[in-house]
Write a protein that binds this ligand. Structure first.
Ligand code: HEM
Ligand code: HEM
Length: 161
């Protein structure tokens, strides 16, 4: 499975497409937060922006499932040579964590909203913050490869191989 030499066109499109959609989720989250607290006060404040938060989140969930399926069926290139056991493990765990939160954030949001489950709403917030920490670590790794190691790692997520 790790014999592939690069990410496929679909894997690359999903990686960057989901990043864009995550931006929409983030910028629509205040409206969803207001709708959520209005719901608790017996009011309805579910407008267009909150609906965008919901549907873009559903799209992320579907695309993340497709991404995991591709990852399991096609695999991924081996990590770049030259890493230590520790950095390779951090990279692998970060990737695993990113896949997990891409599934868990929208799922917890859906359970909170459609099941009126407060705990799921809290989990949604906690997982979002955890996701931000993982993305910061992930991007720091990418920047380190690009500008310190200068091994052109980002090319692997730009050109299908
Ligand atoms: C990957 C997609 C999603 C991201 C990145 C995301 C992100 C966020 C963020 C940042 C907040 C504000 C939390 C805070 O103030 O700390 C939020 C709130 C909320 N989102 Fe999402 N969300 C996503 C998908 C969804 C989906 C599909 C639903 C389903 C309806 C949903 C329902 C909610 C609800 C109910 C809240 C209010 C929860 C609370 O304040 O406790 N979200 N979301
Ligand atoms: C500007 C932001 C980002 C940059 C520059 C970036 C860059 C990269 C690069 C270069 C790789 C390939 C690593 C390798 O070849 O070993 C990669 C893989 C990956 N990225 Fe990102 N990324 C970004 C944002 C994100 C976000 C927001 C997520 C998800 C929330 C994400 C999830 C992943 C995952 C799961 C992999 C591993 C793919 C696999 O091997 O299965 N990335 N990223």
């Amino acid at each position: 499975m790790s014999e592939v030499t690069g990410y496929s066109r679909a894997q690359i499109a999903l990686h960057w497409g989901i990043l864009l959609l995550l931006g929409v989720s983030y910028f629509s989250s205040d409206a969803m937060k207001s709708a959520w607290s209005a719901f608790h006060n017996g009011r309805d404040a579910f407008g267009t922006v909150a609906a965008a938060h919901l549907w873009v989140g559903v799209a992320i969930l579907v695309l993340a499932l497709a991404r995991v399926a591709l990852r399991l069926s096609r695999g991924a290139p081996a990590l770049p040579a030259g890493g230590s056991k520790v950095t390779d493990t951090i990279a692998k765990l970060t990737h695993l964590g990113l896949y997990a939160i891409l599934l868990l954030i929208p799922t917890s949001g859906l359970v909170a909203w459609f099941g009126a489950v407060d705990l799921a709403g809290e989990a949604h917030e906690v997982m979002f913050n955890l996701g931000v920490a993982l993305v910061v670590l992930h991007v720091a790794g990418a920047v380190y490869h690009q500008f310190v190691l200068k091994d052109g790692l980002i090319e692997r997520m730009r050109r299908p191989g």
